[in-house]
Design a protein around this ligand. Structure first.
Ligand code: PAF
Length: 282
């Protein structure tokens, strides 16, 4: 257990990374919005295997939330997060204030195509990925890590970040960490705290229906029939389904099953006011 240093400014972050680099130490960055759970901690463990120094950023990024979304009530648990990161042995927590990230007069936004317009999350959260890509580009440029690690749980986000990092020639290796799940299959998410007891019982149906559909597709059952059956199961359990789609795992475009390319099944659905997302390899 170490005490991670808290860094709040871009200058202090650059000073820390400069010192590490001067000592020949490489750096990993794990960007988060806090409310840390075992999924985030698993990303810090991957980071540890990749770099001598690990920075976790905690910044609830206002520009990736639409006005009707949960920005103001998004869980903020800095003290608990700090303890978890101390136990995880990270070197620094980068926790800038909004005015450090977006000073008065800030006027630049990254515009995206490719995986950001795959017709999945972007259909329901139109400005979301541009907010994510802009803050992640800033985090990548501010910390300039050798490697940055993101959860596969936000699979489209990971594809967008890979594309943006490549397109902007940022010399950073982007890695995905596997989704960590509850014993009943529910993907860990900071938003799971919004679920009441009854909703928590229904929540694992989403992943169970996806796993069943993936198994049937692997067994050669007709894709369209399997997917529409899974959509019906999810809806019957009480979800309002935004999408359940089978896609090419790399481009997120329509799948070409015959090509043998890896496939990914992705879903988003609401229980009450809580929106859950999930994805699995097929
Ligand atoms: O996945 C998240 O927590 C956020 O979207 C990220 C990548 C930290 C950007 O704000």
């Amino acid at each position: 257990m170490s005490t991670p240093r808290i860094i709040e400014s871009v200058n202090a972050l650059r000073q820390a990374t400069r010192q590490w680099r001067a000592a020949g130490e490489n750096v990993a960055l794990v960007p988060t919005m806090g409310a840390l759970h075992a999924g985030h901690i698993s990303l810090t463990q991957i980071a540890r295997t990749k770099a001598k120094r690990v920075i976790v950023s905690i910044f609830v990024n206002p520009t990736q939330f639409a006005p009707h979304e949960d920005f103001s009530k998004y869980p903020r648990t800095f003290e608990a997060d700090r303890e978890k990161l101390a136990t995880a042995g990270v070197d620094a927590i980068y926790a800038p204030q909004p005015a450090e990230m977006y000073p008065p007069g800030f006027a630049t936004t990254i515009s995206l195509a490719g995986p950001a317009s795959a017709g999945l999350e972007d259909r329901f959260r139109p400005a979301h990925f541009s907010g994510v890509a802009t803050v992640v580009a800033k985090l990548h440029i501010q910390a300039m890590p050798d490697v940055a690690i993101y959860g596969e749980k936000d699979f489209q986000q990971l594809a967008v970040i890979r594309q943006m990092t490549r397109d902007l020639d940022l010399p950073i290796e982007v890695l995905g960490g596997e989704t960590i799940r509850e014993a009943d299959g529910l993907a860990l998410s900071s938003r799971n705290v919004y679920l009441d007891a009854a909703q928590r019982l229904v929540a694992p149906v989403l992943n169970a229906a996806m796993r069943d559909a993936a198994r049937r597709i692997r067994c050669g059952e007709a894709m369209e029939a399997v997917m529409s059956n899974a959509r019906a199961v999810i809806t019957a359990a009480g979800f309002a389904l935004d999408y359940l789609e089978l896609r090419d795992a790399v481009t997120l475009g329509p799948p070409d099953i015959a090509s043998g390319q890896p496939l990914r099944m992705l879903a988003a659905a609401k229980i009450g006011a809580t929106r859950l997302i999930d994805n699995i390899a097929v």
